[in-house]
Structures are given as C-alpha cells and as structure tokens.
Write a protein that binds this ligand. Structure first.
Ligand code: AGP
Length: 625
C-alpha cells in the first residue's frame, strides 16, 4: 500500500474533535470570580490538560481569555484587574483534536455575549453545527463544544436557564457544560448529562466544579448534579431542575476528604481510581465508533474505499503493557480477520532489520506517545515507506504527530505509573480495528463481537461495584517470593499483563506462561505453597487448562483461578481460590479478567506498603532508550 495517508493534524477535516476529562470551575457571588477560577483550575491541574481559559461576565459582554499550554500561559495574559463576580474556567485535556488557542474553552456565540465550557462528547455536533451555520451562526473553532454557545444564542429572549434546557434537549452524548451570558450577569447555568458536576455552597457565593478538589478550600457543603439536571447558580442560591424541568429539592452533603484524597476522587491511590474509572473509559472509548447497524466507524483513520482490503499484514509495535495489549490484538486480528500479524517489542524492532512486506500497516501502541523505542521504531517504518498508525492516549504527543493516522484511546489522563485504564482501552480500540478488518477480509456471516464489546462497560461497572474481596489470595501472594501466571490463548496475553502489574508495584518476582508450557521447564519451580494464578475464560480450552492446573496441584502449587461465572463449577474441585468475572462472550472475556488481575496486584502492593503510584526505578513515560 503506498503511503497515501494524510498526516493527522488540524488540516484534516475528517477527524473527530473530542474533548473530555476536562476541568470545569464556575463561581457566582460577592467576591471577584477570577481568583477562585484560577485557583480552582490549578487544583485540577493534576488531571492533566493542554490548554486553559476563563470567561468573566461583564455588562457590555463576556470577557474571554484562553491559551494553549500550561495554566501559567493563561495567567500571563489574563487581565487580573477584572472585577466581575461571575465567571467560568476550564482546563482542556483533548483526547482527539489539536490543543490550540482557538480550540481552548470557553467558546462564545456570534455576539460574544454568551460563553460556555464543556467536558465530554457532543455526539451530534456535526448535524447541529451544520444546522446552526445554515441559520447564520459563525464558528471559530473545530470543537464539538462550540455548538453550545450558539444553541444558547438561538434561544435569545428566553432566560439563560430556559436556553440551557433547550440546549440540553438538542445535545446528544455524555457531557457537562457551564454557560454565562452578559444578559444575565449574576448567573452561571450548569447542565449535567453523564459527566461529573458538583455544586459547592459557600457563605459569600456559590461554586461549580467538575471535581470536588477544586472547591475544598472554599466550601465542604456540596450537591452532586444528577444526569439530565440543570442548575442556575447565583450568589443568592442554587436552583436545580430535573430532566422534566421540575424544581428539585436537594440537600447538601458535607465532604470530609482532604484535598489530597479529593484529587484522587477519594481513593487512596491514583491506580485504584484509574482501575475504578475503567467502565467509564470504555464507554468513552467506544462512543461514536459503532454505527446503528453495528459496523465499526474509525473515522480518524480517514479510510477510503478499498483501504482496509489492501491491508495484507499488520505489524504491531509497543513496549510493556502496550505490548501485552498488542499480543491480545494479534489473536483477535488473526482469528477474526485472518490477517497475519507480527508483534514486536519496540526496543527489539528498531535494531532487528525488520522485514516488512508490501501491504503491511504498522500500528504503534503507546499510552504516553513518548516512549523512545516506540518512536524510533515508527521512524524506521516510515522511512521504509510504510503507512504507520498509532493507538495512543495523549493528543499532541510525539507519536500522534509523527504517524500518518491516530486512534485515540480516550482513557483520560493516567497518573499512576502502573497502567490500567490505558491498557484496557487499548484493547478496545484494537478490538474495533480487528472487527473492521474482519468485516472486509471475512465478509461471510459471523456472530458479531460488537454487542459484547458494548456490554463491557456495564459488566465491568457491576463487577467493580461489588469489588470482590481477594483476602486470602492477597496474603498468599504477598508472602510469596515468586508467583506464576498461566493461561491459554487470549488468557495467556492477559496473564502476561497480570504478572507485570504484580511485579511492577509489589516488587514480587512474577512470570507468565502459556499454561501448556509449564511442563517444559518451569514446573520444576512449583513446590508446595507457590501461588499460581490461572486465567481460564474459554470453555473450549477449559479441559486443557484443567490438566495444567492439575500438574500444578500435584506439586503442591496453590491455585487462584480467574474464571467467568459460567465456568466457575469447572474450578470448584481444583482451585484453592476462585475469582469470578461476569459471564460474557469468550472473545472479550479477557478484558474483564484484567480487572481482578489489576486489583490483585494493587491489594498485594498496598498490603506490602509499596509506593503504588510511583514504584521504584520506573517512570510513567520512558523517553530514554
Ligand atoms: C505499565 O504498567 C508500565 N508502566 C509500562 O510497561 C508501560 O506500559 C511502557 O513503558 C510503555 O509505555 P507507553 O504505553 O507510554 O509507550
């Protein structure tokens, strides 16, 4: 395939611009708004962002200042003498789309009298934008967000609250937005539809934020907006209306968290927070990528008819956890699409004079998009004239800029060095890619994997809500000098990731093997009490895995089995402990199996009092060779 793909960048109209996991703050009260807005945004910095902005309401219009880059860039340019008592502020973390001044929030209407900020995804923004442009509205950014101030402008003559309700009725997707208008200079309106939004009640004013962290120095009395609700916030009070427009009577809750706890959403570590965020991250990752007919839409690849048919081979390149995601993807791609796949560790690929045959697409997978070995491998593949795509979590990363096309994982900022939500969203993106390739390479009727992918967020959320107690298994693993992980097929790929999690944050030696491989050497290390984590999500492979577990048991090994509820009986007589995951299609069950493996590593590391989020000797981005 010739290198016909256009560089990902602002000149490419086909890419979908999405911002989410942004930071939102708002204030209406007796004090000037700007100091709170800037401090609130600073408190949200830990979430990661690539641009920032504020809007202050003044009688002659709305003063807006915004800047790409760090908050300090905004602080340098914002007019600090503005006395406005009502305002909104935003830090944008773009998961798709360039972090520029123009794309930074707030966005305004045509007259500059309405400003809005937003967190989430407006799925029908293209249609809305076309409709608004047709009726004369002029847009100045590429974001989905900008439809909001224009929708509010369209409702001129009505109160800001009524206009917000109108906008809520028109917007589709998962989002939260705040808006202000020079026509109602004492109010901020807020709408929540699946993205978090908190109201803070103070003595001298009322606050809004996407995250309690921003509010804590000012108030500990908060109200959480529910889905579909709209609030009008002034210095005098707060009025909340439900999806039907009826006034909601809500009592405030008192928050006891320390600021540090709040920045982790109340969790003791970022890793646990990020584990728990996975179902939402999965939903975000899939959003807009599956059509009503169940077909995969990978708009960002800018594919033309015949492009996928011309993909004859896939070369996957990555490091660490991302490499493990690739090993899972290899099995999906080969089995579903029958397209041959090679997977290489980036640090090896770059020095092994790889043979890339015509028709190969190179896919580099990296959470950070900054891993030196992955970038060097990409440069090599590009120099050889091959199309290179990336799967990454960070918009504007070096990888995103270097490759021909990017698929973003939309996991949101991952702070813990130990990757969790980035891994599982990499799996989902790669599964979508595999399904899209299967559609063209194996058009014969087959049972679709798509509904099963779509059910993962709900299944994962239900499992995490119950948060199984891994009790005795944690103690056994924490006391062991060595732990082995086994699995077959997809389960081997997820076992590899499980052992890396344990090793990385507990410092316990761990290794993963294809279950059938133990007897070729490693079985010599199994003696009484040695923990073996067996992942077994496939009914077809179950008899084989059972035999391998028996080999372990015969040597006194202590087996912790991770199985779907539907296969739990198979393990009753065999395993020392069983963790069940929800029953689902075997093709995607290992994504759910990643959850207990992550939690096992986390629980062991905390039992051993390790520095979970910053394990020794490791960095979040490995930018050196
Ligand atoms: C995972 O927990 C690790 N921190 C590590 O293996 C990581 O996945 C690897 O360094 C690759 O990073 P990347 O995805 O940012 O390229």
């Amino acid at each position: 395939m010739p290198p016909q793909y256009r560089q990902a960048g602002p000149d490419n109209p086909s890419r979908k611009v999405i911002t989410h996991v942004c930071g939102i703050v708002g204030y209406a009260g007796a004090h000037p708004a700007l100091p709170f807005l800037l401090e609130g945004l600073e408190r949200l910095e830990y979430r990661g962002y690539d641009s920032a902005g504020v809007a202050l309401v003044e009688s002659e219009g709305v003063y807006v200042e915004k800047a790409a880059g760090r908050l300090s860039s905004l602080v340098a340019v914002v007019d600090k003498s503005r006395p406005a008592h009502v305002g909104i502020g935003h830090t944008r973390w773009a998961t798709h789309g360039p972090p520029t001044d123009d794309n930074a929030h707030p966005h305004t209407d045509c007259a500059g009298r309405v400003a809005a900020i937003h967190n989430g995804i407006i799925e029908n923004y293209r249609e809305l934008r076309a409709e608004l442009e047709k009726s004369g509205h002029v847009f100045s950014s590429e974001t989905d967000t900008e439809v909001i101030p224009h929708l509010l402008e369209a409702g001129e003559g009505h109160s800001l609250g009524e206009r917000a309700l109108y906008a809520r009725g028109r917007l589709e997707g998962a989002y939260a937005f705040l808006a202000v208008s020079a026509d109602e200079p004492d109010a901020v309106v807020a709408v929540r539809q699946a993205s978090p939004l908190v109201l803070g009640l103070g003595d001298t004013g009322n606050y809004l934020a996407s995250d309690i962290t921003a509010l804590l120095p000012y108030t500990r009395e908060v109200m959480i907006l529910d889905n579909g609700e709209m609030a009008v916030v002034t210095g005098r009070g707060v009025e909340i209306r439900d999806a039907a427009g009826l006034v909601v009577d809500r009592t405030a809750s008192h928050i006891e968290w320390t600021t540090e706890e709040a920045s982790r959403g109340g969790y003791p570590h970022f890793m646990l927070k990020e584990i728990m965020e996975q179902p939402d991250a999965w939903a975000d990752c899939l959003r807009g990528r599956i059509g009503a007919d169940g077909a995969v839409i990978l708009e960002e690849l800018g594919l033309r008819p015949g492009d996928l048919e011309r993909v004859l081979r896939v070369q996957l390149i990555a490091a660490g956890t991302a490499y493990h995601a690739c090993l899972m993807a290899q099995r999906w791609l080969e089995e579903w699409a029958r397209v041959p796949v090679r997977v290489d560790v980036a640090s090896e690929f770059r020095y092994q004079h790889p043979i890339l045959s015509p028709g190969t697409v190179v896919v580099a997978v990296s959470q950070s998009g900054e891993t030196a070995d992955t970038l060097a491998s990409v440069a090599l593949a590009k120099d050889a004239g091959f199309p290179v795509w990336a799967v990454t979590n960070v918009v504007g990363s070096t990888l995103a800029r270097e490759v021909h096309r990017v698929l973003y994982t939309r996991a949101g900022p991952e702070v813990s060095v130990c990757s969790t939500k980035a891994y599982t969203t990499q799996l989902l993106v790669l599964a979508l890619l595999a399904d899209a390739l299967a559609d063209v390479h194996r058009p014969e009727p087959r049972s679709s994997v798509i509904p099963h992918l779509q059910s993962l967020p709900a299944l994962g959320a239900a499992w995490l809500r119950e948060r199984r107690d891994l009790g005795a298994s944690v103690a056994r693993v924490a006391a062991a000098p060595s732990v082995f992980y086994i699995g077959r097929g997809l389960d081997y790929a997820v076992a590899l990731e499980g052992q890396l999690k344990l090793k990385e944050i507990s410092y316990i030696h761990a290794e993963a093997y294809p279950a059938g491989e133990l007897k070729h050497g490693t079985l010599a290390l199994i003696e009484p009490g040695v923990p073996v984590v067996a992942v077994a999500t496939s009914a077809a492979l179950m008899p084989k895995v059972r035999s391998n577990i028996m080999e372990v048991r015969a040597r006194g090994g202590s087996v912790l089995a991770v199985v779907p509820e539907s296969l739990a009986d198979e393990m009753q007589d065999l395993a020392d402990a069983i963790i069940t995951i929800p029953a689902t299609d075997e093709r995607v069950a290992p994504v759910l199996a990643a959850l207990p493996l992550q939690l096992l590593a986390y629980d062991v590391a905390t039992a051993l009092d390790r520095d979970v989020d910053k394990p020794r000797n490791l960095a979040k981005s490995v930018t050196v060779e």
